[in-house]
Design a protein around this ligand. Sequence first.
Ligand code: HEM
Length: 191
Amino acid sequence: MERMQRDGEVDHVEQPGPLTEKEKVRIQDSWAKVFQSCDDAGVAILVRFFVNFPSSKQFFKDFKHMEEPEEMQQSVQLRKHAHRVMTALNTLVESLNNADRVASVLKSVGRAHALKHNVDPKYFKILSGVILEVLGEAFTEIITAEVASAWTKLLANMCCGIAAVYKEAGWTELSSSVETSPPAVLLISGT
Ligand code: HEM
């Protein structure tokens, strides 16, 4: 069941400040462990995303009709996208000290999703929340409160960067028809 959106909460993510050196280390150390099961972790994240927010499936022609998580897990297109998401995250994590590289990844991901796939940017914020939720559950030892807070900052920065690329690309479509809940990225950052 798709959860209800509380007005305005998903549409706006505050741009957090730059990551501190400690936060960068927390992100890189935790990611090294998560990335060992890159594709499986990516599939778990995307299955949760599509199950909890079914309207997000509309962009994927091969599995938009799928309802059962077991069936989604078998989807080649889903696994391929999971791999792409995890690989892009890996590049971001590897490039925390390279602003140009980060900007170039966000530009290419943002432009492809805005112009080619026509994905509403609010889904990036929702996906960020799901990433935190699933990693927090699957890697309880690794994702401590401090690590989760560093990840919240990185993902919020990513969403703001992507939103800026969408704006630059002339994205105008309104997203009010999509029902979503505020992402965990917002909930966690408020604690
Ligand atoms: C961290 C977030 C994400 C990353 C890093 C990411 C990355 C990518 C990459 C690298 C591609 C292939 C590039 C291309 O087609 O030009 C892709 C394709 C695609 N993405 Fe994403 N994506 C993300 C989130 C999303 C979200 C939230 C949606 C929709 C709800 C989405 C929908 C799609 C679709 C429909 C395709 C084309 C799939 C296909 O042709 O098989 N992505 N993504």
